[in-house]
Design a protein around this ligand. Structure first.
Ligand SMILES: *Cc1c(COP(=O)(O)O)cnc(C)c1O
Length: 364
């Protein structure tokens, strides 16, 4: 049983064929349409479609004005992209500890890490389970910090009834191959402020303002780049893959949630296994189903004998030399030694799930 699935709907294939035959594969109408659907169907605020989730995070830092010497508070329980984008701005990632019952950044720890140089906070919704967004945003307001959610795992998640992507100033999403909505590679930046969104449209294409640059007889638009831009835009081919897939997204998401609920019921009293703590005011996108287990290698080995894949997905990122080596984060350490995720995607059949449940309940 595969750990991840890459879901391409027949509609995505049909639309991709049309785009390939059309002669227009660069950024155009389809990207605009994908943005409209991200807003309509998933509630993302003023979404800007990009070529990756990493680009979305980086662009948010640029728009937030994060620069050399600034500090950005991030968790270590994430993918390296969260920290690398901070380095791209010549800023310093400052690692906060996590809540060991969710894998998400701890508000108390963020408080301790705030200094005069802190400019932004990047909370990561581990596995798709939303962070304490009210508390984080309140703290950010008090200290004049900008919140950039790394929502790469959290498309479709809700917090106090609101979709992730409609809460903090910026939220970055990924449509990479194994994320639960894929465009091949791709991303989106949701912006609560429409002005940020407008700036993102300009910066995603070299800093050229396409809507206000007139074509000229010479064959090139008339423009003046005033601020550094990037080649971060999505193209129409990627956009239609997203458009084809987005039609089934809510169906896939419900199936993931159904499996997660079943696991939580079945694993509530298994020796050596601890479930994540879920609050009633938020709903996970269930991109991962993470649990904490004793004797993790035995656990993975046991499942692997039944051809069930289990994975840590990501170990703490501060262990990478580029970030200066392991920091003293007691909860992160504890979590890092025990966390593991089991398959939760929509391609699993009922018999697959039964086998997973049975194998784990037998012990390892
Ligand atoms: C996937 C992922 C990213 C990066 O997204 P890409 O689209 O691959 O650039 C960033 N953060 C987290 C937590 C991710 O899982």
């Amino acid at each position: 049983m595969d750990f991840f699935n890459t879901h391409i709907s027949p509609k995505a294939i049909e639309l991709a064929t049309q785009v390939l035959k059309s002669g227009w594969i660069s950024e155009g109408k389809m990207v605009k349409e994908f943005e409209i659907q991200l807003n309509k169907r998933l509630g993302l605020a003023n979404p800007v479609a990009l070529n990756s989730g990493t680009s979305a995070l980086h662009l948010a830092l640029v728009l937030a004005g994060v620069g050399p010497g600034d500090e950005v508070i991030i968790p270590a329980q994430t993918f390296v992209a969260t920290g690398l984008v901070v380095l791209m701005q010549r800023a310093n990632p400052v690692f906060a500890d996590i809540d060991p019952t969710t894998g998400n950044i701890s508000v108390a720890s963020i408080k301790e890490k705030i200094t005069d140089r802190t400019k932004a906070i990047i909370p990561v919704h581990w596995g798709g389970y939303p962070c304490d967004l009210d508390e984080i945003n309140e703290l950010a307001t008090q200290h004049n910090l900008i919140v950039i959610e790394d929502a790469a795992h959290a498309l479709g998640a809700t917090y106090k009834g609101k979709p992730v992507g409609s809460i903090s100033r910026f939220s970055a999403f990924s449509f990479q191959a194994i994320k639960h909505l894929t465009t091949g590679d791709g991303g989106a930046l949701a912006c609560m402020d429409a002005v940020d969104s407008k700036n993102a449209f300009v910066r995603r294409w070299f800093g050229i303002d396409r809507t206000n640059s007139k074509p000229s007889i010479l064959g090139e638009r008339i423009y003046d780049i005033t601020e550094l831009g990037f080649k971060y835009h999505m193209n129409d081919l990627a956009a239609v893959v997203g458009l084809g897939n987005i039609e089934n997204f809510s169906e896939w998401l419900s199936r993931r949630r159904e499996i997660a609920v079943l696991y939580r019921k079945e694993f509530a009293n298994v020796a050596g296994l601890q479930l994540m703590n879920w609050k009633k005011d938020r709903e996970s996108a269930s991109w991962l189903f993470t649990i904490l287990v004793e004797n993790r290698e035995d656990f993975i080995r046991k499942l692997s004998e039944r051809e069930i894949s289990a994975s840590v997905v990501h170990l703490r990122i501060d262990q990478n030399s580029v970030f200066g080596g392991i920091k003293n984060l007691p909860n992160q350490k504890w979590f890092n030694e025990r966390q593991v995720s089991i398959p939760v995607h929509e391609s699993l059949r009922d018999c697959d799930i039964e086998l997973i449940v049975k194998s784990i309940k037998e012990g390892w």
